[in-house]
Design a protein around this ligand. Sequence first.
Ligand SMILES: [Zn+2]
Length: 345
Amino acid sequence: MKAVFIEGHGGPEVLRYGQRPEPAIADHEVKVRVRAVALNRLDTYVRAGVRGQRKQFPPPLILGGDSAGEVVSVGDRVTTLQVGQRVVINPRISCGTCSFCLSGDDDLCSSFRFLGSDADGSYAEFVSVPAANAYPIADQVSFQEAAAVPTVYLPIWNMLIRKAQLKPWETVLVLSASAGVGTAAIQVAKNIIGARVIATTSSQEKAARALELGADHVINYTSEDITARVKELTEGQGVDAVVDHVGAQFFEAAYNSLKRGGRYGVCGVTTGYQAQLQLGTLFTKQLRVFGVYMGSKEDMRQIVEMLNQGKIKPVIHQTFPLNQAAEAHRAMEGRSFFGKLVLTP
Ligand SMILES: [Zn+2]
């Protein structure tokens, strides 16, 4: 089959488009004809061999996690899916047998494999995954929209719905709203929860898009002070929750924007790992700082239900044919996009 793979780490030029063997399927797996793959930062980290993503070669590694397509064959023990069904794939494959998996907290499983990082991924014509990782999508949901969902909506669902338990009468600050995770956070906070949303972004054009998506206010972090502006917008109160997927750069400003009893969720550190935590305000204001990493299978089931009902609609910035994966990686590293970049095999 045709696939995009790497045989060593480096820039976008190491992405090879060529032939790889079609994946086999185990008894509990399904094989999916991939119709769309969405890019994530992880793809560029794996390609470059940074942030804990150094791999041993050979064998070559097919990149790609988030994807959607049609089931073309099912393993002998699969009873939940049939050939021809349209599905979206959750790229995080948990072990299914540890205490976390058995208690439904499979987002805490430490023996997981990630498609496109620990196993061959979905920058390919076909990919095989456990049936538990493939979720049927409704006819009106496009493959591209579905592929854009898992890695950005899972941490946001885990963070806002399950851990922060954001309420409709509360206000959330979403940092860097133009990235896929930011757009997901605005939609979940607004369309699912009904909360008030303050988003930050870097340009007027991106601000207009964030407002269109449902943000109530946008702070331009290149010209405005996040903490001061949040205080103004909340009558000096601050926000009830923060969605942080960028890490170091805005931590202090966003942390200082929290109201008493506020919750600060971190699901990414694209701008850096290290930040200063003011322990005094942590306990006197009774704040909570917590991390989330992807989400559980049950989170994914709920997300797909909302996707199928049209309550969340992923933002696609641009689609590239699979053989232009290098171009798509360059676009992702260029950062001048709003929403997701998608490849179509
Ligand atoms: Zn497990």
